[in-house]
Design a protein around this ligand. Structure first.
Ligand code: SF4
Ligand code: SF4
Length: 430
């Protein structure tokens, strides 16, 4: 793109003025003032960058000045070729992010934003551009299925809403449903889709139910009235679906009397704490680790069985970086007798991503064509490198992701356990 005529004139005037610059009797025209030499500057084509930056939420991609701090911490770059800087550069070079596979690789883990001096915000850029791709029907098939299942069944696993509380029958303790209870409760426990339906998620849900009972918590769940929080679908660009789920959930939350809501998953925690308030719902929300830490004095004497194993902990992006909670899970682990906690190199603020956020949970086959290994597999290798026998988690997305990663990398000896399961083992043996 040639410079505007007015600017060209200014340069020509400067050239004339400095044709012969004499400093201390020496004519230094030529080399010194080559910058004023007459030339036409051709700029790159802004069109594809401007397509992103003109979207509400997409503006900050234009602020990148190429320092590459983000590239050093992006979890995808460790197993592939990715970062906001690279996305910025590619759009400068004419790649259309709206139709590029790059659009679906970011897990919105937020590690880049943590270090970016210019606040280039992928947590806003990605949903904004993805929303346009969703509206244009340009969505990877497996993600589209998760969207459709969420809309049709109320959960991305495509399971019947009527069976949402079926897991409670095998918990071995009472798990009251608030509608049947017919009275206010202290704690409304939002179980979440994966703990309700996924077999390994159900293990954690049953463990939580036993812990709540042992602590004498006055709690209830929503049962079939509960639907997916849809925060990950929002981050994957299905904003209409998120609003639909949020409206349903908020109307159910407000139907009953309760003091605090406890959620099993960090994504739900993020949704209810940071997104649902934009739709008028603002109530006390705690992730289960935060809630149980408040009951540590009562919990500790119940942890009778030693767990003599080396355990590491994976910080979920949406509990840690997005919401600043790093200590509650560790305090719970340290309370378990016999357990030795080791930290991995990438932990806390710089924790690695399991690959499940921002829609990544439903994009594994797609992502695998763009990376040398899954993020979950890379994390499993790191846990093993640090000598862990158990990789502990507190996000329902992670158990199945890391168990698959342990199998596919030949590390079956690594157990993946929710902190709830470890607490339950310490309470009840086994
Ligand atoms: S850290 Fe920010 S400014 Fe630096 S290259 Fe990355 S996106 Fe650009
Ligand atoms: S949010 Fe995470 S995955 Fe996405 S570009 Fe930033 S560091 Fe990479």
């Amino acid at each position: 793109m040639p410079l505007p005529v007015e600017q060209q004139k200014v340069i020509q005037e400067a050239v004339k003025e400095h044709e012969h610059l004499v400093v201390d009797g020496m004519d230094i025209s030529g080399h010194w003032n080559r910058m004023f030499g007459q030339r036409v500057i051709f700029d790159y084509d802004y069109a594809n960058l401007e397509k992103v930056t003109s979207l509400p939420g997409g503006e900050s991609l234009g602020w990148c000045y190429g320092c590459a701090k983000c590239t050093a911490v992006c979890p995808i770059d460790i197993v592939g070729d990715y970062s906001p800087r690279k996305i910025h550069r590619k759009t400068q070079m004419g790649i259309d992010l709206f139709t590029s596979d790059d659009l679906w690789l970011c897990t919105t883990c937020m590690n880049c934003l943590r270090v970016c001096p210019k606040e280039v915000n992928m947590i806003q850029i990605m949903p904004a551009v993805r929303e346009q791709a969703v509206l244009a029907g340009n969505v990877p098939e497996e993600l589209q299925k998760a969207f459709e299942d969420t809309a049709k069944y109320g959960n991305p696993l495509g399971q019947s809403q009527r069976k949402r509380a079926a897991w409670t029958k095998t918990a071995g303790v009472p798990v009251p449903i608030i509608k049947d209870l017919g009275r206010p409760v202290d704690v409304l426990w939002y179980v979440g889709s994966y703990p309700s339906y996924h077999p390994r998620g159900q293990d954690a849900a049953r463990a939580a139910a036993r812990i709540f009972n042992a602590l004498g918590i006055d709690f209830a769940i929503l049962g079939r009235e509960e639907k997916d929080d849809a925060d990950s679908q929002r981050l994957a660009g299905e904003i209409g679906l998120f609003e639909m789920m949020a409206e349903h959930n908020i109307s159910v939350f407000e139907k009953y009397e309760w003091n605090v809501m406890v959620v099993t998953g960090p994504h739900e925690y993020n949704a209810f704490k940071n997104e649902y308030p934009k739709m008028g719902f603002e109530r006390p929300i705690l992730h289960y680790t935060q809630f149980l830490v408040q009951h540590l004095d009562k919990l500790k004497p119940l942890l009778k069985h030693e767990i003599n194993r080396t355990v590491t902990f994976h910080d979920p992006c949406y509990l840690g970086r997005h919401n600043g909670e790093y200590d509650a899970p560790r305090e719970l682990l340290r309370a378990i007798p016999g357990l030795k906690l080791v930290e991995m190199g990438r932990c806390r603020e710089n924790g690695y991503c399991c690959g499940g956020g921002g829609g990544g949970m439903w994009l594994d086959s797609f992502t695998q064509n763009h990376t040398t290994m899954r993020l979950s597999e890379r994390r499993v290798l790191e846990a093993v490198e640090y000598g862990a026998e158990v990789l502990s988690v507190c996000c329902p997305f992670e158990v199945s992701r890391f168990e698959d990663g342990a199998k596919s990398t030949g590390n079956d000896q690594l157990d993946v356990l929710d902190i709830l399961e470890l607490l339950d083992q310490s309470m009840n043996g086994g």
